[in-house]
Design a binder for this molecule. Structure first.
Ligand code: UDX
Length: 442
């Protein structure tokens, strides 16, 4: 099948590469010539395991192409994926200007039947807007052509996006048009060989499904984070509670890890956007508002613990920080808890030496040349002479460090662990004062 993907950001690039991998002919459009040049030269502008080789393979096979030419892109694909950004407005609502511009480009150029697929995360009702914009562009040209608009939200996790796309749990298709549904069915057939994973519905339900999924997961995390704070006060251990409730199949084990808050490009933005959508139609979303507030508070929990131990005035204190990315296997720091932590430490006069396997460049970009933030080349290098260690991301390489060395390198043998990586008894035995989230420490 011939497919155009508009937008070579995270979602567009992963979708384009995976669709090409299944033998489709894919053309990816981006208006940024620098980005397209990097991609044409075989480079990848984002960090995602497996994506680089996949792009390279499919470019070499002649199935994956990149362009900045809108005419060519609209002419190319029968299916036109819109995968452009929807940055949050100041009020938390998703800004649709790029999505609607893509729709306008399609409507003002198409000359045969097209299936236009919304892949970007967009508020309920966007498919209707896209349809109206295309119809208007066609009318301006005095042309009548059949077309369909489909909502096909993505459920990709950063760091596992290729796997999520190639072996999806479900493929949500929102469409009102039989022809479009059969095109989407054919397109996704190779991704669902062992069972039918297509969940077909109307476009508004599909759009809400995406937000509902992320909001539900964020709710689980905030709920566990709040229970962790309660557990600390009651002398209970959230890890044991997690195992105790997760074994109930109605609850399940996923997304029950308490920590220093959720971040990333999806949960914070989608929770805010859904609250905003609710307000627009006069539907309060109290549960979700609490989820958001709990997460904001949770991002400060590590600082509260540091202040409890070292006092409010942290001048002349330097903290080693392990982990900058919002989660492992990515260099993404959007809404990362580490950013709040660093800012709060700076506010109190402290300095930070950070180590992250891949996100240091991103941190340099975000914080600029700030002498209060230094970068180490290894986890142990970050520790030398620091007052204490703080952990904000659960990278695998942090999981079993040499505690003896940690103890000798730090000024005070204290670890504030925002991701509950260690067994408290083990650290006690190593002579380290351990401060995890919601756990009983001996
Ligand atoms: C998420 C959704 O999982 C994905 O389906 C959607 O398409 C985009 O948003 P992503 O943001 O890449 O994906 O990361 P995810 O693995 O879901 O983690 C999000 C945040 O929640 C991270 O900051 C992580 O540390 C935190 N988290 C996750 C917890 O604090 N506890 C958990 O139990 C799980």
């Amino acid at each position: 099948m011939k497919i155009t993907v508009i937008g070579t950001g995270y979602v567009g690039l992963v979708s384009g590469a995976c669709l090409a991998e299944m033998g489709n002919d894919v053309l990816c459009l981006d208006l940024d010539p620098a980005k397209i040049r990097i991609l044409q030269d075989g480079g990848i502008p984002i960090h995602e395991p497996g994506l680089g080789p996949m792009v390279e393979r499919n470019v070499a096979a002649g199935r994956l192409h990149f362009t900045t030419d809108i005419d060519e892109a609209v002419r190319f694909g029968t299916v036109q994926f819109i995968a452009v950004g929807t940055p949050p407005d100041e009020d938390g609502s998703a800004d649709l200007k790029y999505v609607l511009a893509a729709a306008r480009n399609i409507g003002s150029r198409m000359d045969e039947y097209k299936v236009v697929v919304d892949k970007s995360t967009v508020p309920v009702g966007t498919a209707d807007k896209v349809r109206a914009v295309i119809a208007e562009a066609l009318a301006t040209r005095g042309v009548t052509l059949p077309f369909a608009v489909v909502s096909n939200p993505e459920f990709l996790k950063e760091g596992a996006a290729i796997e999520d796309f190639m072996k999806p749990d479900r493929i949500v298709i929102g469409a009102d048009d039989e022809q479009a549904i059969s095109v989407m069915r054919a397109l996704y057939a190779p991704f669902q060989r062992n069972r039918d994973k297509l969940v077909v519905m109307d476009t508004r339900s599909a759009e809400l499904t995406k937000y509902a999924a992320n909001a539900m997961l964020a709710t689980r995390i905030s709920f566990m984070n709040e229970l962790a704070l309660l557990a600390e006060k009651l002398g209970a251990d959230i890890e044991l509670v997690r195992q105790g409730i997760g074994s109930d199949p109605r609850i399940g084990y996923h997304f029950l890890y308490a920590g220093c808050g959720y971040g990333g490009s999806c949960f914070p933005k989608d929770v805010k956007a859904l609250i905003h959508s609710g307000a627009e139609v006069g539907q309060g979303l109290g549960v979700l508002q609490a989820v958001e507030a709990a997460n904001e508070r949770q991002k400060r929990v590590l600082v509260d613990k540091i202040v409890q131990r070292f006092g409010e005035d942290l001048r002349n204190h330097r903290f080693a920080l392990w982990g900058l990315a919002f989660k492992p296997n990515t260099d993404d720091m959007r809404d990362a808890p580490s950013r709040v932590l660093i800012a709060e430490l700076f506010k109190r006069g402290a300095t930070v030496t950070a180590y992250d396997p891949v996100a240091a460049d991103e941190a340099r970009r975000l914080f600029g040349a700030d002498e209060r933030l230094a970068y180490a080349d290894s986890p142990m290098d970050a520790l030398a002479g620091a007052d204490a260690l703080v952990i904000a991301t659960e990278w695998k390489e942090f999981r079993s460090p040499d505690f003896g060395r940690i103890k000798t390198l730090l000024k005070h043998p204290v670890i504030f662990d925002g991701r509950n990586l260690y067994e408290p008894s083990l650290l006690k035995a190593a002579g380290i004062q351990y401060s995890p989230i919601g756990r009983v420490t001996p």
